[in-house]
Design a binder for this molecule. Sequence first.
Ligand code: GDP
Length: 370
Amino acid sequence: MAAVGLVLAVAAVTIVLGRRRALPPAPPAPALPAEPAAEAAEPAAASEAESAEPEVAQLETPEPPASRLSRLRRRLSASNNPFARGLLGLLAADRLDAEAWEDLEATLITSDLGVGPTDELITALRREVAIDGVADPAKAREVLRAELLKLIGTDTDRSLRVTGADGKPGVILVVGVNGTGKTTTIGKLSRVLVADGHTVLLAAADTFRAAAADQLQTWGSRVGVRVIRGAEGGDPASVAHDAVAAGIEEGVDVVVVDTAGRLHTKTGLMDELGKIKRVIDRLAPVTEVLLVIDATTGQNGLAQARVFAEVVDVTGIVLSKLDGSAKGGIVVPVQRELGVPVKLIGLGEGADDLAPFEAEGFVDALLGES
Ligand code: GDP
């Protein structure tokens, strides 16, 4: 009897497993709602994407970039962000004695704001706010807001340069160390561009990372963006060349080029990025060079930024992972060090969790204002 039972059980398991194997590939993810749920926003694994044949049938509609910062603002609030917490601590203090100012100074420095900007902010606040206490919290908040905006810069042009000359595509070169969130950022960026009504082509010019190219393909396929890739270990400049040539031929608006992010030697990096840029420039000038920096890496991120800035003319910064364990103050020193504006910020792993950076929205999110 037991033996019969065992045989039946084995047969049942075999049938179930057999069925599983025979299942058709999963259908593509449905279109995202305006506020995508985190789990729906995760890109599918590359193998699934490749097997999901008719994926073009159901393209997603990315969220319009303008509404993103306000949707994601809670990720910058004091409960998540030490920089915001430090600033709000000032407003909550009932006495601003020497000790309170010292505490604030220490908090701001450890929130990656850096020594120089911290000094400036505290000097300005001490000048403006009553020395012996925050007599009027509304006034203190107003002063704090104004001084922060001054540090970050409100009249900076943070728009992406996506328009090429002579009817050619704009070309965005994306650089940065591997692990900073570069691939994810490029995936999200293509959605920003699509949401803005642009046609886009991606170039997987980091030929040493086949997985990154697969990941790009998955991102692209969700919004109808094609990826040009080369042989594994092939010449990155040749992939960039082919992509830009295809972009010109097909009349796409923007070509986004992923690049190698191995910080081997500065010369190696310079040679590789220099060659890619030269090759592209011959076809259609690079219009934007975006450097992706992981905001959670603080001083390390700044050091990486310096190396890249010496190697290539960076025109915009993407601060990824500003949610999570990032301390937030880094926006100011990174702009100062590089003399280049932060143009986009990554605030999560969701597909549309990349927002155009905007000083007012950022400061209001930090200070918890609507
Ligand atoms: P790459 O090696 O630089 O291409 O890095 P990836 O794009 O593969 O990203 C590395 C990890 O960082 C992945 O788990 C991403 O989901 C994650 N990541 C990227 N951007 C963000 C962000 O803005 N917020 C958070 N929380 N995670 C992010």
